[in-house]
Design a protein around this ligand. Structure first.
Ligand code: SF4
Length: 322
C-alpha cells in the first residue's frame, strides 16, 4: 500500500498525508501519528451542512447539529492527537470489512446511502448487511457504553414514546435510532425489521462484568415512525435557523450527573466505608444527616455535579449554554 506521507526531517510536528495537512503537537509517536492521520482521511462522512444531515448528527443533540452548520469549515490542520480514537474505530471497521469480504457469501459492508426528507439530504453508512439482510453495526467502544445500555434496558417500559426514550434511556435510544434510520434509508422490504450492534470493547477495566465481544439485537421502528422522527427534527432545525436561535441541550444530552454527598467512617481495620443512609444528591439533606448521625472522625466526601458529555463536545469552546 502506498501512503503518501512526508514529514520534514527537522519538524516532526507537521505531517502531510494523502494531501491533507496535520499537526502533531502533543508528542504522539511518529508512526501512531501517521496511523491517526491516514485513517482520518478515509472517513467518508462530513460536517453537518444546511440541507444535509448524517444519521449520527440527526439522532444527537440538535444544538450541536446547528453549531456544526454555522461553523465555517476550518482550514486549520487538525492535530493527530484528537483523531486517534476515531482512527482506531475506522481501522477496526476496515478490518471487519476486509474479513467479511474475504469470507464472501454476500456480505455488504460500509455502504453509504442517502435519501431526501422535506428537501434535506439524510445520509448514513451502515457497517454490515448480512447475506440474509440483517443490518449490523460495529461499535469499538469502552465497556462503559455496554454498562449504560444494560442500565437503560432495565428502565425501558412498553409504550414509552420516542421522546421519553430519548431522555430516559439515551444509550438504548441512540443505538435503536441509528439502526432504524439505516433501515429507513435502505428502504428494502427484504431487510429484517430487527438489527444488531456488535460491540468490540476497547478497554480493560471491569472486563469480568461484561462479555468482551457481544451482540445486542434491537427491534426497529416502523418506517412511518422513522420518517416522522426525521421530519420533526429537520423542522426544528429549520425553525431555529430561520429565527437565528439555538435549542438548549437537555441534561441527558449533556451527560449530567448530579452532585453526590456522602459520609465515610473508618471501620475496625481503619478502612473508610460509606455510612449507611448517608448518600444524598441534595446538600441540605446531607447536612441534616451529618448533624443527626455524624460522629467525630467521619469524612465528608463531595463529588461536584458535572456535564460529562460537554467535555467531549466539539463545540464546547463556543457553546453559550450555561
Ligand atoms: S457543549 Fe454541551 S451544551 Fe453545548 S452544544 Fe455541546 S453538549 Fe450541548
Amino acid at each position: 500500500m502506498s501512503i503518501i506521507a512526508q514529514a520534514s526531517q527537522n519538524d516532526k510536528t507537521k505531517l502531510s498525508i494523502n494531501g491533507v495537512e496535520f499537526t502533531n503537537n502533543h508528542g504522539v509517536p511518529f508512526e501512531t501519528a501517521l496511523f491517526a492521520g491516514y485513517h482520518s482521511t478515509l472517513y467518508s462522512g462530513g460536517a453537518p451542512r444546511v440541507g444535509k444531515l448524517s444519521t449520527t448528527t440527526l439522532i444527537g443533540p440538535l444544538r450541536k447539529a446547528i453549531y456544526g452548520m454555522l461553523q465555517p469549515e476550518s482550514t486549520e490542520p487538525q492535530d493527530v492527537n484528537f483523531l486517534l480514537a476515531s482512527a482506531k474505530g475506522t481501522a477496526m471497521h476496515q478490518g471487519m470489512t476486509n474479513a467479511l469480504t474475504a469470507y464472501g457469501s454476500g456480505y455488504v459492508c460500509e455502504q453509504r446511502i442517502e435519501t431526501e426528507v422535506d428537501g434535506w439530504k439524510i445520509s448514513g453508512e451502515f457497517d454490515i448487511l448480512t447475506p440474509d439482510k440483517q443490518i449490523k453495526d460495529l461499535k469499538f467502544v469502552s465497556n462503559y457504553n455496554l454498562k449504560k445500555l444494560q442500565e437503560d434496558m432495565l428502565i425501558l417500559q412498553p409504550g414509552m414514546s420516542l421522546e421519553e426514550m430519548y431522555e430516559q434511556t439515551p444509550t438504548y435510544f441512540k443505538y435503536q435510532a441509528q439502526l432504524s434510520v439505516y433501515y429507513y434509508l435502505l428502504n428494502d422490504p427484504e431487510v429484517k425489521p430487527y438489527a444488531s450492534i456488535i460491540f468490540m470493547i476497547n478497554n480493560g477495566s471491569d472486563m469480568g462484568k461484561f462479555k468482551v465481544d457481544s451482540e445486542v439485537t434491537f427491534p426497529l421502528w416502523p418506517r412511518e415512525a422513522t420518517q416522522e422522527f426525521i421530519e420533526n427534527r429537520v423542522a426544528i432545525i429549520k425553525q431555529h435557523l430561520a429565527d437565528g436561535t439555538l435549542p438548549l441541550c437537555s441534561d441527558s444530552e449533556r451527560g449530567f450527573s448530579p452532585a453526590e454527598y456522602k459520609l465515610q467512617r473508618a471501620g475496625a481495620s481503619g478502612v473508610l466505608n460509606t455510612v449507611r443512609g448517608s448518600k444524598f444528591n441534595n446538600y441540605n439533606k446531607f447536612r441534616e444527616f451529618v448533624i443527626r448521625s455524624g460522629k467525630i472522625g467521619d469524612v465528608e466526601q463531595i463529588t461536584e455535579a458535572k456535564y460529562t458529555l460537554c467535555n467531549y463536545c466539539n463545540y464546547s469552546s463556543i457553546c453559550t449554554q450555561e
